[in-house]
Design a protein around this ligand. Sequence first.
Ligand code: FMN
Length: 248
Amino acid sequence: MVRIVARDIVITTLLLGVFAAAGTGLVAWVHSNTEHRIAENRIEMTRARISQVLEGLEYDNDPVADHGTLGDPRLGAQELPAWFARKGGEIVGVVLSVVAPDGYSGNIHLLVGVDAQGSVLGVRVTQHRETPGLGDDIEADRSDWIHGFRSRSLGDPPIELWRVRRDGGVFDQFTGATVTPRAVVHAVRNTLVYFQESAETLLSMPPADGTEPLTIETLEPEMPEPATTQPPAEPTNIEPQTPPEVAQ
Ligand SMILES: Cc1cc2nc3c(=O)[nH]c(=O)nc-3n(C[C@H](O)[C@H](O)[C@H](O)COP(=O)(O)O)c2cc1C
């Protein structure tokens, strides 16, 4: 009787061990497979976003793998990623990650694509907490407003007109919502000022090809607490609209 009970215990323990090992193995296998796919998706999403703000530019490298880190108060933070588009080895465009700190509900994260001459190729908002229906017309899939920066530069309009209309500038504000577009206009203008002053350094950055691709999610700074007393909205992460397509 005692021997039968002991044998049952051994068999049950062995079975449990086998199931536990199989379960752990399965979880590890699924994890390693999905981890790789998630990383690939992030790279593709970053490539899509970069190509959106380099619209119309011809380049023959993969900017996702050709990146650096920039820091300047005018960009809104000390460590922000930047990606370089090259043709024949020469930098023909730079994508700067920028933070507008003075949105209605805190930081607005932007990508600003600039060509080597300092003209804007494209701007997209990647994350914000602005009020739906009031401040979120900065999103490219809600309005055309963000496309108003295309081809603009520090001379077009003159720097003193890089403001919303209510402040005497040339950029539209939204009905009942001036704070959000004002923050974005300031951020793009400051980016161009920084670009102009740093152009020599930026345009002579050596290629970083061969390093790990840099995705937006990897380096974007944590969202700090909103600056206003409004209850914080959930941050809106904006997915790129068009499928990834990079000029090669
Ligand atoms: C609950 C609430 C949410 C608001 N959200 C925004 C916003 O996301 N962006 C914005 O610019 N203004 C927002 N506003 C309006 C601003 O407080 C401010 O009145 C406006 O930006 C000024 O624009 P105006 O000069 O055209 O009136 C909000 C106001 C309220 C009461």
